[in-house]
Write a protein that binds this ligand. Structure first.
Ligand SMILES: [Ca+2]
Ligand SMILES: [Ca+2]
Ligand SMILES: [Ca+2]
Length: 529
């Protein structure tokens, strides 16, 4: 077992102690910041959910950026959820902090901490969670779901008006997923499966209440299976047919390919590190109780997923591999979070207590600079954070490798798409995507005052295209860039030539460049530099 000592310690005592953590790029510099959430005290945790008492924003290298609320209370974060997320809810390219605080729902500018929008809560007992969903089928999630402890939830539109509400046995934080493929996300709230308009589609007939919910296409693509964990674990089809039941209690499960060379993903009960196959068949159990287990992907270059956790009264954090073998020791004890703080595809593990966060990397890392100077979009695993629900590993955007050019690690993206026969490797690259990828790869960013008439300010490629225009790389007589048009070899080579890049596409000039071609160009530029 290896001990990891690449560690940066930052002081978080100004946040007030007893905090939970969220990660996200709130100031648009390409690095994730830390938002520490101080919980507000409640009279009885069994019946009332928590609101945020204070929020403290701290940079990855420890600078206090801003603070809202009162940090002095005694309440500490333990086994409950908190209603705070980081997400670009108004779709202007910059992340907000969305928080239930002091009787209001607040939309806070991530950079300045200015309140952009606020509403009085539809009910004074709302708290515990904030879930972001695409209920209207726009393709971009802008709905917010709020709830009280266990019985009532509210769905809001993009202007924070209540669309509908629902009463039932709704368990902990809801999970949203488009289970029927119509473009709108359904809501699994405890035992209830709700349509995007709030109708009850079906209900699991189980006692007590649900802890963890997980949706994953376990057997076939496009056929999601819904796993609901209450006193037992049940797997249902999207239409509510019971597939199997496992008599295990679980507060949190995670689905993924933890073992090598398996076809269907396994189901890991995080509470006691026991692993089951995709039909609920027992595989093995770690015969130790592990506290605060958290799955970690992209920590080192092995491609393995680790589970970070503590043994009882241990002073260290251990990383277990998919066979629950101890692989690394991180010499710190505390709450665990993880994230690709710099946007370079490498995940850091953050272990924190009331005073300090220790940030571990697998290799020496400079936390003061982002891999790319562009705002980072929040993927789902960071905008719907909850204590009980963990996204299946296949749905994680590790290192931001999503099919969205604005929010990913370029080299990892290239790595994926340069492989033959990858799904949609042969899709065309648009002009805007080409410019965005190159600007990111070359770290180009200039101040500019004008852009092309057909490049919208809120677009992900606005800064990259503006930079290229300012540098004289892009020119057009009618002030149009035609951002969505597929990029031809001729046009691409012209841009590469102006950038003095000797590597160019050696194809027919009219050929339209595919993702795979682009991926290979990026790789060759990277190895040449
Ligand atoms: Ca940042
Ligand atoms: Ca925004
Ligand atoms: Ca749907």
């Amino acid at each position: 077992m290896e001990t990891i000592n690449f560690k940066t310690s930052i002081n978080i005592s100004s946040a007030g102690g007893g905090c939970a953590m969220r990660l996200g790029d709130i100031d648009g510099d390409g690095r994730m910041e830390l938002i520490m959430i101080k919980p507000e005290a409640v009279s009885d945790k069994r019946y009332f959910s928590h609101k945020a008492a204070a929020l403290t924003a701290i940079s990855a290298d420890g600078e206090l950026l801003w603070q809202l609320g009162n940090t002095e209370g005694d309440e500490t974060y333990t086994d409950f959820d908190l209603p705070v997320q980081i997400y670009d809810i108004d779709k202007d390219g910059k992340n907000e902090v969305i928080a239930v605080m002091g009787g209001e729902l607040l939309i806070i500018d991530g950079k300045t901490a200015e309140i952009k929008k606020q509403i009085a809560l539809p009910d004074k007992n709302i708290g515990g969670s904030v879930t972001i969903a695409d209920l209207e089928g726009s393709g971009y999630a802008q709905n917010i779901i709020l709830k009280n402890k266990f019985s009532h939830l509210w769905a809001l539109d993009a202007n924070l008006n209540v669309l509908w509400d629902f009463e039932g046995n709704i368990g902990h934080a809801p999970v949203v997923y488009d289970i029927n493929g119509d473009g709108r996300e359904e809501i699994i709230a405890g035992y209830n499966v709700l349509s995007a308009t709030g109708e009850l589609l079906w209900k699991a007939d189980m006692p007590h209440h649900a802890h963890s919910v997980c949706v994953e296409c376990l057997y076939k693509p496009d056929e999601p299976v819904i796993l609901i964990c209450g006193p037992s674990i049940r797997a249902y089809t999207a239409s509510g047919e019971l597939l199997w039941e496992l008599s295990e209690q679980a507060g949190n499960i995670v689905i993924g390919k933890f073992r090598d060379n398996i076809k269907e993903p396994d189901i890991l009960i995080l509470d006691n590190l026991s692993l089951f196959d995709s039909r609920g068949g027992f595989l093995y159990q770690k015969n130790e109780t592990i506290y605060l287990p958290t799955p970690v992907t992209g920590f080192d270059t092995s491609g393995k997923t680790y589970i970070a956790g503590h043994k009882k009264e241990d002073i260290c954090t251990t990383l277990y591999d998919g066979y629950m073998r101890a692989c690394y020791t991180l010499p710190t004890f505390g709450n665990i979070a993880c994230g690709d703080l710099l946007g370079d595809g490498n995940t850091q593990i953050l272990i924190y207590n009331d005073e300090t966060v220790d940030i571990y990397s697998a290799a020496q890392t400079d936390l003061t600079t982002a891999a790319r100077p562009y705002p980072r979009q929040q993927p789902k695993q960071y905008y719907n954070v909850s204590l009980h629900n963990t996204l299946p590993l296949s749905q994680l955007s590790q290192g931001y490798v999503v099919d969205d050019f604005a929010s990913q690690n370029i080299l990892k993206w290239a790595d994926t798409y340069s492989t033959l026969n990858r799904y949609n490797s042969f899709a065309k690259v648009s002009r805007s995507e080409f410019v965005l990828l190159l600007a990111s790869l070359l770290n180009l960013k200039e101040e500019f005052s004008e852009n092309f008439a057909d490049v919208p300010k809120e677009s992900t490629f606005y800064e990259a295209v503006g930079t290229f225009k300012k540098l004289g790389i892009l020119k057009s007589e009618d002030n149009l860039f035609l951002p969505e048009q597929p990029i031809t070899v001729a046009y691409a080579n012209e841009i590469l030539d102006k950038l003095s890049i000797p590597v160019a596409f050696n194809f027919n000039e009219k050929y339209e460049i595919s993702k795979q071609d682009m991926a290979r160009l990026i790789q060759s530029l990277n190895s040449a530099s």
